[in-house]
Write a protein that binds this ligand. Structure first.
Ligand code: NAD
Length: 245
């Protein structure tokens, strides 16, 4: 039996980048996967379907409560359950370089809206369905940048980590765990345009390479599998030892 057989998994922000790979890996591990994104969900869902189980694409804007609730209703209608939610949708492009003094309002608002509010809204909508079966695994996505208070991206990701602790506390009695991964700079293709920075960042790491989507997925899979049954409210740093001094 594959490790996520008969499980139903939502990966937000799965139309491209790391999320698209997570969706494919979950499908390879036997899960029914929902590719949730604001755009291009059908091609990513079709790609994941090639791996075997039932995969569907659902268009959703994670910042919009009605859109998120509609997604969860579709999942309930299609599969009758929800086991895993990976809150991967996030904005980072153009944010890491934006300082605080001159941060434009639209950038600030968009960053909080997708990275923090979007994570909260998906959590709020997913928990009632998970509670029905007394089981759920939620993984939020932070970043190595969460250690920095010097830009809006790091601040939003720091909030995701703190929020993970609060979420875990509120749903632990219902068989639901909530954890967080904080990736280092990962997946050259997704991080294109940041390649110069990537090389200098990984030079200071204990393990001097960028991460792969597989590195990150294996941690997610551990947290969502039986190994993670008694782990909740934690942030796992998957970054080749960045920032360990
Ligand atoms: N790539 C990296 O090196 C890296 C490092 C650390 C953390 N992360 C985090 O990992 C996650 C994925 O990163 P990525 O590099 O694959 O990003 P990406 O930009 O390639 O993909 C993000 C996806 O999120 C979707 N999205 C954006 N706003 C949305 C909304 N309102 N509703 C639904 N979907 C929305 C986008 O359409 C896109 O498909 C992000 O949360 C990012 O902050 C990435």
């Amino acid at each position: 039996m594959k490790r996520f057989e008969e499980r139903v998994v939502i990966v937000t922000g799965a139309a491209r980048g790391l999320g698209r790979d997570y969706a494919r890996y979950f499908a390879q591990d036997g899960a029914n996967v929902v590719v949730a994104d604001v755009r291009d969900t059908q091609s990513a869902a079709a790609e994941a379907s090639l791996e075997g189980p039932r995969c569907v694409g659902i268009d959703v804007d994670v910042t919009d409560r009605r859109s998120v609730e509609a997604m969860i209703e579709k999942v309930r209608a299609e599969f009758g359950r929800l086991d895993v939610l990976v809150n991967n949708a996030g904005l980072w492009r153009g944010l890491a370089d934006a300082g605080l003094l001159d941060c434009p309002d639209d950038l600030w608002d968009a960053a909080w809206s997708v990275n923090v509010t979007g994570t909260l809204k998906c959590f709020q909508a997913a928990v009632p369905v998970m509670r029905e079966k007394g089981f759920g695994r939620i993984v939020n996505v932070s970043s190595m940048a969460s250690r920095s208070g010097g830009n809006v991206y790091g601040l939003t990701k720091n909030s995701v980590e703190r929020m993970t602790e609060g979420m875990a506390r509120e749903v632990g009695d219902h068989g639901i765990t909530v954890n967080c991964i904080a990736p280092g700079i990962s997946a050259f293709e997704a991080a294109q345009g940041q390649l110069g920075a990537a090389e200098s960042i990984v030079a200071g790491n204990a393990i001097k390479r960028v991460g792969t989507s597989r590195d990150l997925y294996e941690a997610i899979a551990y947290l969502c599998g039986t190994g993670g049954d008694w782990i909740t409210g934690q942030t796992v740093r998957i970054d080749g030892g960045a920032g360990i001094g």
